[in-house]
Design a protein around this ligand. Sequence first.
Ligand SMILES: NS(=O)(=O)c1ccc2o/c(=N\O)[nH]c2c1
Ligand SMILES: [Zn+2]
Length: 260
Amino acid sequence: SSKLALSQVHPMWQEPLAVPGGDRQSPVDIVVRESIFDPQLRPLKVQYDPRTCQQIWNNGYSFLVEYDDTTDKSTLKGGPLEDQFRLCQFHFHWGENNTWGSEHSIDRRLYPAELHLVHWNSDKYSLFEESVIEENGLAVIAVFLKVGKRHEGLQKLVDALPAVRHKDSVVEFTKFDPACLLPENINDYWTYAGSLTTPPLTEAVTWIVMKQHIEVSHDQLAVFRSLLFTSAEEQLQRSMVNNFRVQQALKGRTVRSSFT
Ligand SMILES: NS(=O)(=O)c1ccc2o/c(=N\O)[nH]c2c1
Ligand SMILES: [Zn+2]
């Protein structure tokens, strides 16, 4: 069933039993009727410069499209955020089939994949590495992927993936505007205080989960699944699939919505 947790589907990495004092872990299931409309949530202000796009890296867990974050050229502010945040990378999580793959769920509904656009607080810190340990350090936009029509903007990225098939491979990748991966309506979202979903699992993330999904084709997702967790030298190759974390308890947190 689509409810299988990662540990049942694929013992990717041994989950630490509990992050020290972990009371704001991610991902979570968003129960729509328990989310609270907050009229004070402002529109999101996204300004990405495609010229800051640098490379794609297979880090052995996902593939990261990395941006030059040494200046304030690609930024996120507004919404639930008090400060300005700088885009540093985006990546995805996906399943071995179209039944599951996302990290967050909406009323228990899982999607075949989930996009994360990762930003760090450049008003308060000077490096991503610094902000990772601060509770207001990061802001991640999550967008659900649904299987349907081909996503024209994504195809340039899909065409580059065979070059980073193995863990630790890198390929130059430039002039890609990540705004093309956002849904038309970015002002309907849920937001909550959470964590990174991979080690170090630090509780530094303001999550902004888009209500509207984007569509990609079955073939485009199949290329994600053609990537490998393993490096070229390893004799046993393992497909990069089910690279999502199991859902975590909300532990009393409130999920706010920007819409009624
Ligand atoms: N999957 S996630 O929570 O968006 C995320 C984003 C940035 C990250 O950096 C990490 N280690 O340096 N893990 C991680 C997870
Ligand atoms: Zn992620």
